[in-house]
Design a protein around this ligand. Structure first.
Ligand code: SR1
Ligand code: MG
Length: 420
């Protein structure tokens, strides 16, 4: 058990004194007396500082012993910083260049110093500002294929795979948060739930919707029992930072072994929700439609890139426990290998749609909402847009086995967005 008696939350004033003795940081930043520090954390859990010095800048992230979004009444273990560091190291190795460079990790202080991604913007913010990110879908599709494939039994040898499964089973507290907030709370009268005024009827309808609750139970069971690969575990668009030419994935503290479709579905859900919110963020209907089309196109590119890259890795790197080349290719049965791949990708796709439905429901009816909706000052408009997104999310969850393609899912989103 790690001794954390010395743990103390950082602040902008104490940070140069407390971290100024570390050579890795001095190399990057220059002398600590000249550091400029600002706290910029706007997430639900942690402190985040940007530290600028004469030679450069870094980001320092420190876990708090409670959930920032609720306060000290919700204590949380500091161990999440350890799991984030372990996860980012693996995800970065599996898709090099797609995560921030890690500079220093201090487990006792639950503190991670890393590359300052600049001029990157949180993708969610770029969506609200209408900024085009033409490579986002490609980069995320590649990231998802590489990390999900290379962390799985299709790729990993049995000892390493089981050691990682055991390691990340320790991140149980954060897994438990997802289990409750994503798969249970939106479908019951949970104490921390909140929603936009005007959505009382649909919130009540969700609580009474047996078919939807059965879907939630099934998706929760997939999440809890389908330990296919190391997931990021919270891959919404606040965990993505981007420029028009680069995309990075951050904030992996919810990492755990789970079904591949979870990361894919959460990511798609957040692209779709951003599209539903566009009407409130653009000057006119034409601009909202155009940017909404960009977001749906990004979802399309993401899935098609994921499929293509996963298929490439399947053919070239399928050397893990589940490899299966001995059953198919080695016996001249290429079609059998293709059939096994298709079966797997179909299962990821159907899971992704179910998880997307859960993510949309929880971001509108649960505790943790998204900025694209939360910043809409006109409450009537916000409720109208959220209602459309909820109807779409419900449809995905209930019809996940009947929606054949990303094009079909995008068409459903388009149709739902156009409703009065
Ligand atoms: C109490 S944590 C609430 C949410 O914030 C994180 O970003 C996760 O999405 C979690 O569900
Ligand atoms: Mg986060």
């Amino acid at each position: 058990m790690l001794d954390r008696t010395a743990y103390l939350a950082l602040d902008a004033v104490s940070l140069p004194r407390r971290l100024g003795g570390r050579p890795e940081l001095l190399d990057r930043l220059g002398p600590a007396e000249a550091w400029q520090v600002r706290e910029v954390g706007d997430g639900n859990l942690n402190l985040v500082f940007i530290v600028e010095g004469p030679k450069g800048s870094i980001v320092v992230k420190q876990a708090l012993p409670y959930a920032r979004v609720v306060g000290e009444s919700w204590p949380m273990s500091l161990d999440r910083a350890f799991f984030e560091h372990e996860a980012l190291s693996r995800l970065g190795a599996r898709d090099p260049g797609r995560t921030p460079e890690l500079i220093v990790f201090d487990p006792a202080q639950a503190m991670l110093a890393m590359e300052h991604l600049t001029p990157h913007k949180v993708a969610r913010r770029a969506f609200m500002e209408g900024e085009e990110l033409p490579l986002l879908g490609t980069h995320l599709g590649l990231y998802l294929a590489r990390t999900l494939f290379r962390g799985s039994d299709w790729s990993m040898p049995t000892t390493a795979r089981k050691a990682d499964l055991a390691l990340f089973a320790g991140n149980a507290e954060l897994a438990g948060i997802t289990e409750e907030l994503v798969f249970s709370d939106p479908f019951k009268a949970a104490a921390l739930n909140r929603h936009t005024p005007g959505l009382e009827d649909i919130a009540a309808a969700f609580r009474a919707d047996r078919a939807l609750k059965l879907a939630a139970v099934e998706m929760k069971a997939r999440f809890c029992t389908g330990a296919e690969t190391l997931l990021h575990g919270d891959l919404h668009t606040g965990s993505v930072m981007a420029t028009p030419t680069d995309t990075r994935v951050i904030d992996a503290e919810f990492a755990l072994y789970g079904p591949m479709g979870f990361d894919v579905g959460v990511c798609l859900a957040n692209l779709w929700m951003a599209a539903f919110a566009q009407e409130a963020h653009r000057a006119d209907a034409r601009a909202a439609t155009a940017y909404g089309e960009f977001l749906l196109a990004t979802a399309g590119i993401l899935w098609r890139t994921f499929e293509a890259e996963f298929s490439r890795l399947w053919a070239s790197e399928r050397t893990g426990i589940l490899g299966g080349a001995d059953l198919f290719e080695a016996q001249g049965d290429e079609a059998g290998a293709k059939a096994a791949l298709t079966t797997h990708l179909t299962s990821v796709w159907q899971d992704a749609l179910g998880f997307a439905g859960m993510e949309i429901s929880r971001r509108i009816l649960g505790l943790a909402h998204i900025a694209e909706f939360e910043t809409i000052a006109d409450i009537g408009l916000r409720a109208r847009l959220e209602r459309r997104a909820l109807a779409f999310g419900r449809h995905l969850a209930l019809n996940r086995r009947q929606i054949p393609s990303i094009e079909a899912a995008n068409l459903l989103a388009e149709t739902q967005r156009a409703r009065p």
